[in-house]
Design a protein around this ligand. Structure first.
Ligand code: SF4
Ligand code: SF4
Length: 452
């Protein structure tokens, strides 16, 4: 049996255990990262405010028992759709991991994006990495103290805005803001906001790469995802070694001039020249840094580049391989199933219960009645009126509210009575039909005319 090939990744961390300051670098991959992360940040902060017909476009309210996904109210029967969405997301992640390593982590993971935002604030308030490192050796006072205080204030402000926005996906954001401004927010909500703000501040400001190194499970199982043809950020040791501090044309030194720029820009503090490591999030910062060095030395770019293990060993690279194709197929099926599921969501839930008191009641010698309670629950039908009738059965008469307005309450329990004259069958089928302008549901129950 063919074994799944795995790529050995250093489990031993080569990341710095001391405090380090990340140098900000410019280049193709940093531009690409901005191109991906800025729209994601904008979506995160804006989507929470979007409303359609006075309803949030996205809401996961457990308190109000309401889930609204892309303007679509989901009933509790549609919850598997959320599971499907997670499976589809996971298959996308696996596909990306097999093809391009941890690019999700480097380019789109919220932890990385927020870490970069916090680093930008640090750079703006306390100066560049080299200035910050120098300042660390001096006493904290005067202007430095003010700059440090400003940094932490801005970090806390960003953490608070992030928390409010995140919470707005679970409790309508306008309600939160209104409650906070009118001092009506519950202790639970205030406590949650304080804790989440603290966690965001600590995650992106203080702990940063430690989350990627020690808390993220993804880095631990990536070795079973990668194969020899996975493209990851790699150092071309054949070209770079032996390193030389100054490149001298008459020596046999490699192209790496040991300038350490690739280490200084690394957000996880590792040296990619030590090989593929679990801590590398494939952000490409070291590629951009090394390319600037290569440009200055008039050497070809790409000493550090996205390359596969096969490519680095000058072996043929396979793009289409069974594992990649399997994940692609799984991803297409999962997203297809979720899309189909969206077209089949439940808008009107109807539950019929027989009255427990008696199987039937006899109104007069010829007329028998059965009593029911109908639970009618609407999802995204706030402005609709629902007509309740019996379907195509002239023998039966329906008594009860003929029209239900779900604008006040989206779930109601109502009593109904169905009567029939001269019924000869002991049991018959009754079909309740509930119709709104955009929804129709037929529900079956039994009519009992005599005890058996
Ligand atoms: S940036 Fe390039 S040249 Fe400088 S140490 Fe890293 S690999 Fe070597
Ligand atoms: S080694 Fe390079 S790609 Fe990996 S995390 Fe560090 S800077 Fe990013």
């Amino acid at each position: 049996m063919e074994k799944i090939p795995v790529v050995q990744i250093h489990a031993l961390s080569t990341a710095s255990t001391e405090k380090f300051h990340v140098k900000i670098v410019e280049g193709k991959f940093q531009n690409l990262r901005r191109l991906i992360s800025w729209p994601l940040i904008a979506l995160f902060f804006l989507l929470v405010w979007v409303q359609i017909n006075d309803q949030p476009w996205l809401l996961f309210s457990f308190a109000q028992r309401q889930i609204i996904l892309f303007g679509h109210s989901l009933s509790w029967h549609d919850l598997p759709l959320l599971a499907g969405l997670m499976i589809a997301g996971a298959s996308l992640l696996f596909f990306l991991a097999v093809a391009w390593g941890r690019v999700w982590c480097g380019f789109a993971c919220p932890q990385s994006i927020w870490t970069w935002l916090f680093i930008r604030i640090e750079d703006w308030t306390e100066g560049r990495a080299s200035e910050r490192a120098r300042a660390d050796t001096q006493p904290l006072r005067g202007e430095r103290l003010l700059r440090r205080a400003l940094k932490h204030l801005l970090w806390i402000a960003l953490a608070l805005i992030t928390t409010l926005t995140f919470t707005g996906y679970f409790v309508p954001i306008r309600e939160i803001i209104d409650d906070l401004f009118h001092y009506q927010a519950s202790a639970t909500l205030v406590g949650w906001i304080i804790i989440m703000t603290g966690l965001t501040y600590a995650n992106a400001g203080l702990v940063r790469e430690k989350i990627c190194l020690h808390a993220c499970p993804y880095s631990r199982f990536q070795s079973v995802m990668f194969d020899q043809d996975t493209l990851t950020v790699s150092y071309d040791a054949k070209r770079g070694e032996p390193r030389a501090h100054k490149r001298q044309a008459d020596t046999n030194s490699g192209d790496c001039v040991d300038c350490h720029l690739c280490v200084q820009v690394c957000p996880t503090g590792i040296d990619i020249r030590n090989g593929l490591q679990a801590e590398c999030i494939d952000c490409g910062a070291c590629i951009d840094a090394c390319n600037t060095v290569m440009d200055k030395l008039s050497l070809p770019r790409g000493l550090i580049r996205f390359a596969s293990a096969s490519g680095l060993q000058d072996q043929p690279e396979r793009v289409l391989r069974p594992r990649l194709i399997s994940y692609a197929v799984a991803m297409v099926i999962a997203f297809g199933a979720v899309l189909y599921g969206f077209t089949e969501t439940t808008q009107l839930l109807v539950e019929i219960r027989r009255d427990r008191g008696a199987l039937f009641t006899q109104l007069d010698e010829n007329t028998i009645c059965n009593h029911y309670r109908l639970k009618i629950e609407g999802f995204g039908l706030a402005n609709q009126k629902i007509a309740v009738t019996l379907k195509e059965h002239p023998a039966f008469q329906l008594y009860g509210p003929p029209v239900i307005d779900l604008s006040e309450n989206n779930a109601v329990w109502l009593p109904y009575r169905v009567c029939a004259e001269n019924m000869t069958l002991p049991k018959s089928e009754v079909l309740f039909e509930l119709k709104g302008s955009a929804v129709a549901v037929t529900k079956k129950t039994t009519f009992i005319a005599m005890s058996i």
